[in-house]
Design a protein around this ligand. Structure first.
Ligand SMILES: [Zn+2]
Length: 331
């Protein structure tokens, strides 16, 4: 943990400032082990492997920890030589490159850091928070960058003080929490007045829950992550060639994507065949493993964000339910 992070860290319970109580191991100005405490609540939290930890290591999102430590390199633009994450971050936030210079930007549910990697190219401080130990994967990929900070914490109890962040994005995360409405409603608190917010959530329409992944998930979401991944690796050689043909059929291809629970990005020209296969294994696991997968309706999301103090809320014309806004003067 870099000392600078203390400027914005806050008690997850009372949101007050935290004190650095102990620096047990320090390497190159990074606190590797130590502890943080809230003097008001009297609670202490450990810093382990350079990351402040505000949640137990096992929780509802453990499959994501397994997934991102196993596939940490797969979706990082600079490793793949593509610009998919960059394009998604800027189109789904409507931010200009470099507008964030000098600011604090938060990535809620950062996983292995595919969007953090993009955001950290600007001259801002970027903070990735994730409830799972995916933060360890992100630290391995990006922790050596001077402006990247990582925190293991819950979206429901974000460990930041009120109104300290200039911008926040949360892409593909909210539907995987046990209470999406509550998760959305608590994020604006950490934004400054005028702070920018962007979220992308799986959208629920009348056919969404007929997707073949949902009946399968009754079973797969309780499976041990290792066993599920072995099963996916086992079925992929049979189903992948099928999806290569069926998903490309005009019009009917959409129906087959609904019926066959394999994430084959046949329309993604930037990815090589091998990369698409890797992404298919990763995203098929990502469909079947999470404990929660709760798509949301636009009207509900907009209503929650309005009540949480966001203004200028707009839906953007991107895949998924992509909404942007900014924090009003008061909450
Ligand atoms: Zn406290």
């Amino acid at each position: 943990m870099k000392q600078k992070l203390l400027q914005i860290l806050g008690c997850p319970k009372c949101h007050g400032a935290l004190e650095l109580l102990a620096k047990e191991t320090v390497e190159k100005e990074e606190i590797i082990t130590g502890s943080l405490g809230c003097l008001r609540c009297g609670i202490n939290w450990p810093i382990k492997s350079g990351i402040p930890r505000f949640v137990p290591s096992e929780n509802y999102a453990s499959s994501f920890g397994y997934q991102w430590n196993r596939f940490k390199r797969v979706q990082i633009d600079s490793i793949n030589g593509i610009a998919q994450s960059e394009r998604r971050l800027y189109t789904e936030s409507e931010w200009e490159k470099n507008w964030t210079s000098g600011e604090w930007v938060l990535d809620v549910g950062c996983g292995a850091g595919r969007f953090l990697e993009v955001a950290s190219r600007d001259k801002c401080q970027v903070v990735g928070v994730d409830i799972s130990n995916a933060v360890d994967a992100a630290a391995e990929m990006l922790g050596s960058r001077d402006n990247v900070h990582l925190v293991q914490g819950s979206i429901f109890e974000l460990p930041f003080r009120d109104g300290v962040l200039d911008a926040c994005y949360c892409i593909g995360v909210i539907q995987h929490t046990p209470d999406p409405g509550l998760a959305l409603s608590v994020i604006p608190r950490v934004l400054k007045a005028g702070g920018k917010f962007a979220v992308t959530i799986y959208e629920r329409n009348k056919f969404t829950l007929l997707n073949s992944k949902y009946p399968l998930r009754f079973f797969t979401r309780w499976l041990n992550s290792k066993i599920l991944l072995v099963l996916i690796h086992g079925m992929m050689p049979f189903l992948w060639p099928l999806t290569e043909v069926l998903f490309r059929i005009p019009i009917l291809g959409r129906l087959f994507r609904f019926l066959i629970p394999i994430a084959n990005y046949v329309e993604e020209p930037e990815l090589s065949w091998k990369q698409r296969y890797q992404w298919a294994v990763l995203d098929t696991f990502d469909m079947l493993a999470p404990r929660y997968d709760q798509p949301q309706k636009e009207s509900y999301v907009v209503d929650v964000l309005q009540r949480a103090g966001l203004c200028q809320i707009r839906r953007l014309n991107n895949p998924g339910l992509n909404v942007v806004g900014q924090r009003g003067r008061s909450i």
